[in-house]
Design a protein around this ligand. Structure first.
Ligand code: ZN
Length: 436
């Protein structure tokens, strides 16, 4: 595809991802409950996600599936009956997993349950209390300062009852049983970059890969953070050995630079492939060493699981001021950034698919390229030179021990251009796939 067409396509895809983010934004999600079900139902309009429900009380490794949380309404009313804090205006106003409350209390009593950010006084912070039964409200610090003394009416119309944890999974069969795992968490309420950007981008990537002819199979998992990835891993232990590469996708809609956090081994093929794609993308990027905090890569990279799973974001979680606040909204994410993230993920999937290892079938001195139509007829063109160089690199290094990514790293060329000439060399019977 010509460069202009690629840019147009990334822009159009970015706009489509953005529209999906817009649709998902108002839903109040948590680690369980109807918000997650509604979200996955919308994603099913794009891809045939399989929905799984795991009952409250089920043991998943060292964890237990919690009670299911749902919420209908919540508010704090002042003495005049005005809603001074209103869940209907923004779902971040309620601490996620708040137990039901219906009480009158003084401002002093109420304050013990209020959370604000003095650093960003106009934004509502995001707070959760999943594993400790309590309740609370979040509000802009400037609104908090306006609360007058007096009696308040507090209502949280929620339920915390036995139910289930919901996650979605979509498997695309490729030519091989080897899988690439792509994971996004789906548990955040109205937060665009942290959560929705990853969910929406992966959904459109899945739709595209479903129509592509690929060597790898792909497995998309959309589950709540921590408890969701732990649940999925505990239920799929028998098949984990098929996962050759994996990525946790989140925070892909802000205008910041692309940031990759390496897998636990730091030298897995996914780590090298991402670095290769970023290097050849012409974009600004950063590579981070592995660390045992962050998103669900913590579970995929725990010592007993130890999968080659990295995390590819734009600005990492916690490193932008809007993170986990009401300012992580539809203004923070842009179609351009979403489209650019999509194009990068798509390119990465292509590079992983094309990264193969070959054996030179004519390894004694260089084979005569001219008689096979592989040698340049006229000199002077830069792309001709590149193609020539790519042929020589692939022939020289293809001893069954060096993959195209190895050759790319050594030569400075891209896997995509090496792959093109490798396919030509296979048709001229100068090369064969290792292991065949
Ligand atoms: Zn988060």
């Amino acid at each position: 595809m010509a460069m202009e067409n690629m840019a147009d396509k990334a822009q159009a895809t970015g706009e489509e991802i953005y529209r999906l983010v817009e649709r998902l934004y108002p839903i109040c999600r948590s680690i369980t409950g109807d918000g997650v079900r509604q979200t996955l139902a919308i994603l099913r309009e794009y891809i045939p996600l399989e929905i799984h429900e795991v009952r409250t009380g089920t043991t998943v490794f060292d964890w237990t599936i919690p009670k299911e949380w749902n919420i209908r309404d919540a508010y704090v009313k002042d003495a005049d009956g005005r809603r001074v804090i209103d869940f209907k205006k923004h779902n971040l106003h309620v601490v996620s997993y708040s137990v039901p409350v219906r009480q009158r209390m003084s401002l002093a009593e109420l304050k013990a349950h209020l959370f604000t950010s003095e650093e960003y006084p106009d934004w509502i912070p995001y707070r959760t209390s999943y594993y400790n039964e309590s309740w609370g409200f979040c509000l802009a610090h400037n609104d908090f300062l306006k609360l007058a003394d007096g009696e308040y009416e507090v209502c949280i119309d929620s339920s915390l009852e036995p139910g289930s944890l919901t996650y979605g999974e979509y498997f695309i069969q490729g030519d091989s049983e080897d899988e690439i795992l792509l994971f996004a968490h789906c548990c955040h309420p109205s937060l665009c970059n942290d959560n929705l950007s990853g969910l929406a981008m992966l959904t459109l990537l899945a739709r595209e890969l479903a129509d592509a002819d690929t060597r790898y199979s792909y497995r998309f998992v959309f589950a709540p953070a921590t408890i969701g990835s732990t649940t999925w891993l505990s239920r799929n232990q028998a098949n984990l050995s098929r996962i050759r590469h994996g990525l946790v996708a989140a925070v892909l809609g802000d205008p910041g630079k692309l940031t990759y956090k390496k897998s636990r081994s730091e030298t897995a093929e996914i780590d090298r492939a991402v670095e290769h794609v970023l290097k050849h993308s012409g974009e600004d990027y950063e590579i981070l060493d592995f660390s045992p905090w962050g998103y669900d890569e913590r579970q995929f990279c725990s010592p007993g699981i130890n999968l080659p799973v990295g995390r590819l974001t734009r600005t990492p979680n916690g490193c932008y001021p809007e993170y986990h606040t009401s300012a992580d909204n539809l203004q923070l994410v842009t179609p351009a950034a979403l489209g650019n993230s999509f194009a990068l993920y798509r390119e990465l999937m292509q590079v992983l698919d094309e990264n193969r290892t070959f054996i030179n079938l004519s390894p004694n001195c260089e084979p005569q390229l001219g008689k096979r139509g592989l040698y340049r007829k006229t000199g002077g063109y830069k792309d001709v030179e590149n193609r020539q160089l790519a042929i020589l690199w692939v022939l020289n290094q293809s001893d069954g021990m060096h993959s195209l990514l190895d050759i790319a790293e050594k030569s400075g060329m891209s896997v995509r251009e090496l792959s093109r000439v490798a396919d030509e060399l296979v048709s001229c019977e100068l090369l064969k796939l290792a292991g065949t």
